[in-house]
Design a protein around this ligand. Sequence first.
Ligand SMILES: Nc1nc2c(c(=O)[nH]1)N[C@H]1C(S)=C(S)[C@@H](COP(=O)(O)OP(=O)(O)OC[C@H]3O[C@@H](n4cnc5c(N)ncnc54)[C@H](O)[C@@H]3O)O[C@H]1N2
Ligand code: MOO
Ligand SMILES: [Mg+2]
Length: 415
Amino acid sequence: MLSVDQAESLILKTAQPLADQEISTLLNAQQRILATDISSTLDFPYWDNSAMDGYAVRYVDVQACGPDTPAILDVVTEIPAGTCPSLSLAPGQAARIFTGAMVPQGADTVVMQENTLRQGDQVHILQCPQPQAFVRKRGAYYQAGAPVLKQGMTLTPPDIAILATVQCTEIPVYRRPVVAILSTGNELVAPDQPLEAGQIVDSNRYALAALVQATGAEVQLIDPVGDTVEDLKAAIASTILQADIVISSGGVSVGDYDYVDQVLAELNADIYIRSVAVKPGKPLTFATFPATGGNQPVLYFGLPGNPVSALVSFWRFVQPALRKVSGQSGSWRPHFVKARTLHPLPAGGRREIYLWGQLSLNDGQYEFTLAGGSHSSGNLMNLSQTNGLVMIPVDHPAMEAGESVSVMQVGEAST
Ligand SMILES: Nc1nc2c(c(=O)[nH]1)N[C@H]1C(S)=C(S)[C@@H](COP(=O)(O)OP(=O)(O)OC[C@H]3O[C@@H](n4cnc5c(N)ncnc54)[C@H](O)[C@@H]3O)O[C@H]1N2
Ligand code: MOO
Ligand SMILES: [Mg+2]
């Protein structure tokens, strides 16, 4: 049995980024992973432009003015946004200008309309502006050629605004990994089917699909498979041809109907992990199948069937691998924060324990509220709104309320 750290290292060493790239449009770029650095041949702002509705002036013409001694300038042109000024300002002249419009040659300062008085073809400047006030200079925010977005970034709405601004409309992104989700078990019934005695509704399929989708990968739902070697073998054999990653749940323990490891071996998978010293989630299978068609090997995660075990195993081991395979830069590992536990916690044993609950941020300090009810791996009813899992190290003594604990963040902390 491997320790959690050993299992994590082995998985992350084996998982490699998909090399394949594709082109995304701006409207589909949300959450995609950028495959190259992006720079632009354009400065930003593209040209000197006004930050206010008002008058473009020469600073020297207005530097001595005030409410009782206004500078009086001839308004010689009007420049709405989107037009190119047709003349240069000469001494004593001003241009009527609007927010976003190009500042004309000769002008270096914009006076906001509120500090002026318009009289016919002339404008009275009533307040002396700062030199270069309200002029957004060409290249002030970005100079052509500099990197603006980095390879490996997960694109967010502000990044998409930047891509549009630099006119990058064909965005090189990594192909999204295809992740197949396979539930195993004779007892499984679909959520909309009548439940017979002894059956259980297949919740793992939906929870895992949601978790995979949240990483930006593409979900491929496989029909649930019964506990026979033949059915499982057929299902896994066909699934590995269509997916980059396969996640199954159930059938990885030691029961007579737990066939996943046997089938993987019969299909010539390389099995790296069969169990991990973690609770919940001890029976975790991690294997690979050789690459087909020159791509990366297919990764196989056989998660335990217990609904909480399946989720915790995903958060702890699958999600980091998925981040790496997707081409994300930065740390793929789960994010742990130090928090104050609001409840006493049990002692650790021979396995690293994860207990679920709520992480909140109060006055700059994280606090962890342990979910009430049973922390059995078969109880998913108290998992609702889980955003943190407190980690109790191997052989750690019991903890009192108020002690500092390590919490794996699996959602946004509430405030
Ligand atoms: N003798 C031993 N028995 C068990 C051990 C052990 O070490 N020795 N380990 C236990 C632990 S820990 C876990 S975790 C489970 C893992 O079991 P499997 O991965 O083999 O999963 P199954 O036996 O198929 O199912 C376990 C449990 O989960 C329910 N289940 C399965 N699939 C789904 C699904 N898609 N949605 C919702 N619930 C599901 C299933 O009905 C069972 O109740 O093994 C222990 N046993
Ligand atoms: O490892 Mo099992 O997941 O403890 O219930
Ligand atoms: Mg079993």
